[in-house]
Design a protein around this ligand. Sequence first.
Ligand code: HH2
Length: 372
Amino acid sequence: MTRASGENAYDFLGEVALGRGPLALTGEAGAGRVCVTLRGPAAQGELRRALGPQLALVETADGLRIEFAAERLREIAGSSSPLARAVAAAALARRAPPREPRILGVVNVTPDSFSDGGDFADPGRAVEHGLALLAEGAHGLDIGGESARPGSQPVDLDEERRRVLPVIRGLARETRALLSVDTTKSRVAAEALDLGAGLINDVSAGRFDPGMFPLAAARGCELALMHMQGTPLDMQLSPTYGDVVAEVAQFLRERAAAAWGAGVAPEKLWIDPGLGFGKRLEHNLALLARLGELRSLGLSLLVGPSRKSFIEHVRVRALGERAGPPPEARERLGGSVAAAVSCALSGAELLRVHDVRVMAEALRVAVAIRDA
Ligand code: HH2
C-alpha cells in the first residue's frame, strides 16, 4: 500500500493490527477528554463491547466519532480488542511532546564500548556512575553489558548477565528512577525486570530473540524498538537506502505493529531511529533533519545521538586536510549537544546521553528559547 508520509502515517499501524481494509484513524487528546474519529467500516458493536457503555459514539459526516475520558486511555491501550487498542493509539499519536525531553544516562558495563569502554566495567563503579548521572539530572539510566559498536561480536548470555545484573540490583536498591536494560536477549531482560528494571532497550527491535515481545507483553514493561540495518557485525559494511527516513519509519511501524500484535500496549513502546546503526553520514543527518516525521507514528520517540561517529565525520568533512588525528569519542561533546538539542526541538521525548550535566543544561535553555 502507498502511504502519504506525515500526519496520517499512524493509520498504517491501525490497519496492521486490525487486519481490515482501509481504515483511517485520527485522534486528539486534550482537556481530559479524548476524541477519535474512525473512518471506514464503523464497527460500533465491537467498540461498545471493548470500551464499555460509558462511551460516546456519534455518527458524523467524517465518520464515527468516539469520545471518552482521557484517564481511560491507559486501560483502553491495554485492551484485548485490536480495535480498542487502535483507538487508544490514534489518541496517543496526537499527544503534544513534553516541554523538555527526559534524559536517559548511559551506564555501559562493558570492556569495549566505543564511547566509554572499560570505564565502568566494575559493578561498584558502574552503580556509582549511574547515581552520579541521576544527581546531574538524568531521569533514568540505560544499563548495557554488550557493546553494539560496528564490528562487535555478540556477548555470551552468562557473561552479559554477570556484567549487567549486579549493577541493576545495586541501582534498584538506591533509586526509584527508571532503569532500562540495554539488551537483545530476553533472558537478560527478564532477570533485569525481576531486579527492578522498567524498560527494555532492544537495539534489534525484537529481531534477535523471539521471546522479547511476549516477555514485554507479559510484564507490562516499557519497550524501546531501535532501527538497525543488519547486525552490529555487518551494519557499517555498506549501508544502503533509497529514502532512509521513509525506510526507517516503515521498519519501526512494522516492528511496533508486531510488538502490538504480541500484546505490548502502544503507550509502552518507544521508537528509535538508531543513529549510527547501519547508516552513513548522510543517513544520520537526514534522520536528524527529518526526525519529526517519525513522531507521526504516534509512539514515543527516543534518540541516542551522544558521542556517535557522525559527529566526527561532520568534523572531517568540514576541516578536510586540517582535521588532524581524530579525538576520542568522549571528546565529541559539542557535537553531541548540538545533535541532542536538534532532537529535542524536533519532538524527541527521551535522549540517551553520556554527558548528563551539560546536556541537561543545554536542553533546558534550548526549550526555554523555543517556548519564549
Ligand atoms: N546506541 C548505543 C547503544 N544502545 N540504544 C538505543 N535505543 N539507541 C541508541 O542510539 C543506542 C543504544 C551505542 O552507544 P554506546 O552504548 O555508547 O556504545 P556501545 O554500543 O559500544 O556500548
